[in-house]
Design a protein around this ligand. Structure first.
Ligand code: ROQ
Ligand code: ZN
Length: 329
């Protein structure tokens, strides 16, 4: 099988076409100075040889079922390919909010039965659970052998905050996590299978129309990438996208506030991933012009303050329109 310049075998991936163009995210060696430069500048990069999760590359359903212990796992169920995250705690604030997916708390063995028996045309499942101390000792050993030297050195040199969680993700091929951003830094390690990432810089916020901050789907884009409503979301036409497919052993650095849509590549089997989420670096001194990440944080704080001060979700749209329409438009 031919090799690409970055040493990847020329796999054939069944990837969806979208109406926007994409550029490729570089795949670089851990020793390439450009790798650390991109991370320090808050730019995405795929690190192809970090060995961050080399001790977990044998994590398949059988091994995990044997060793992961009998703790409970959060498993999402969706009647379609989309697994749009929502914050249950905000559900009461928005009348007639319909949950985009269901969540179960089940044993790993029950998840294995589900992933092997559901008809993907009717129902899909996606395990998303932070690794915790309920796991068996072989998983603990694998975990301790992660390349903590490398990732902790990245945390230090980039002044990231504490490691908040390692989320274990096991999804069916074709599962999609729709476009959203997170407020933490993320080294996303691919263990098994392939995932296609669409990434959008924080300055693409105007093109991606996130839900209001008080909405259960805060931080998620309202745009359906498969059928964009250009009437409501006209700037989506101009969105600028970076793309990458991660394979086992790859680590993708997803900088905080970078939007991402993630698909377990069809016809490549189920996928296993582990995230390394870190709190943001402390705010450096304010320099002008402000960075896009600082403007997104400002918009979030202002929106939250208005909602809190009005003490009513219903009054927010009119209040904000009165501030802007005919005055700044
Ligand atoms: C859950 C994950 C996406 C996926 O792997 O489906 C993600 O959004 C992240 O790691 O920030
Ligand atoms: Zn995310």
């Amino acid at each position: 099988m031919a090799e690409t310049s970055s040493g990847r075998k020329c796999e054939h991936f069944d990837l969806k076409e979208y109406q926007f163009k994409t550029n490729m995210i570089p795949r670089l060696s851990v020793d390439d100075p450009e790798t650390n430069r991109r991370i320090s500048e808050g730019l995405p990069v795929i690190i192809i040889d970090s060995k961050l999760v080399a001790s977990a590359l044998h994590w398949d359903l059988e091994y995990l079922n044997e060793n992961v212990g009998d703790g409970k796992f959060t498993v999402y169920k969706s009647s379609n390919t989309k697994f749009k995250y929502f914050d249950e705690r905000k559900a009461d604030d928005v009348k007639d909010f319909r949950k985009p997916m269901e969540s179960l708390e089940i044993k790993f063995s029950e998840f294995v039965d589900l992933i092997k028996t559901v008809d993907p045309k009717k129902e899909r499942v996606y395990l998303q659970q932070s690794l915790n101390d309920t796991v068996g000792k072989r998983i603990v050993l694998d975990f301790l052998q992660f390349n903590w030297n490398w990732v902790t050195e990245q945390q230090r040199r980039n002044k990231f905050g504490t490691l908040t969680s390692n989320l274990l993700l096991i999804g069916m091929e074709g599962n999609i996590t729709p476009a959203h951003y997170d407020e933490q830094e993320n080294f996303f390690a691919q263990v098994k299978g392939y995932k296609r990432f669409l990434l959008f810089a924080p300055d693409q916020f105007p093109c991606l129309y996130p839900y209001p901050t008080f909405h259960p789907c805060d931080r998620q884009s309202q745009v359906d990438f498969d059928d964009p409503d250009y009437e409501r979301f006209p700037k989506f036409r101009d969105v600028k996208c970076l793309e990458a497919v991660v394979e086992p052993g790859d680590v993708l650095y997803i900088p905080m506030y970078w939007w991402h849509q993630v698909e377990s590549v069809p016809n490549k089997g189920y996928s296993v991933s582990v995230t390394f989420w870190y709190k943001a670096a402390p705010n450096d001194k304010i320099e002008y012009p402000l960075k896009a990440t600082q403007k997104v944080a400002m918009m979030r704080n202002i929106e939250k303050m208005i909602h809190q001060a009005l003490n009513s979700a219903d009054e927010v749209p009119e209040f904000m329109q009165n501030m802007v329409l005919g005055r700044y438009t």
